[in-house]
Design a protein around this ligand. Sequence first.
Ligand code: HEM
Length: 225
Amino acid sequence: MPSGLTVAEASELRSRDPATYLERARASIADHVRGMLEYVRAGSYVFDYGNNLRGEAQQAGVEEAFSYPGFVPAYIRSLFCRGIGPFRWAVLSGDPGDIAAIDEMLRIDDPFLVNRRVTTAETPIAGVVLEPETRVYLNWTSANRDEAVFGDPDAYRPEEHARHNLVYGTGIHACPGRPLATMELAAVTRTLLESTTHLDLAADAESERETYPLGGWRRVPVRLR
Ligand code: HEM
């Protein structure tokens, strides 16, 4: 949100004049990043948590914006690479069959819908060549339900579909939280199945879908027996 505006003023400007809104928001981001750079100069530890503040500030003319790191390369990746800190438990996720089952449930109704990317080189994909600097909208949900790859997208075939599953992304930015998420989801699913004999949708309460940018269900009331 551009600085100096109330929420109501920002909302009004956004509907009336989106281009000016974006320009003012970017100028505010640039001021924010200049402030962060002052902290760098004063000797503090400074990092970006993945909202692309540095990228926006650079576009607004802050040339040194990338002189401090993003959170993932600075702190997270090295922990995963060495299996230390809270991440050492992630390898205990257990039976490989559980992993395929959890991945397949998530593939059918993906909770993580999209990522944005900018190509850094000419990129041929599906018969189209994207120029460098093309903005790309990666739709994981759609990729995970591609009939050309999976046939019937609703068919539950964990082992067969595992190698095409893109729930956690792919390449250098593939989700480092995957083992932890899998372990938690497998534990919840196993406990639920082991401690109940019947699981029915609650007759008197509505289920609710999540809304963009999240996928899957926000709320599914059930009756356990
Ligand atoms: C069901 C749960 C989860 C799903 C479906 C999921 C999915 C994803 C996807 C699709 C990406 C993007 C991959 C890409 O950009 O190419 C991602 C990135 C990431 N995820 Fe997850 N994730 C989940 C849980 C977690 C958990 C539990 C953590 C942390 C403990 C986590 C931490 C991260 C981080 C730090 C990144 C950024 C990696 C990078 O940019 O290099 N995720 N995740």
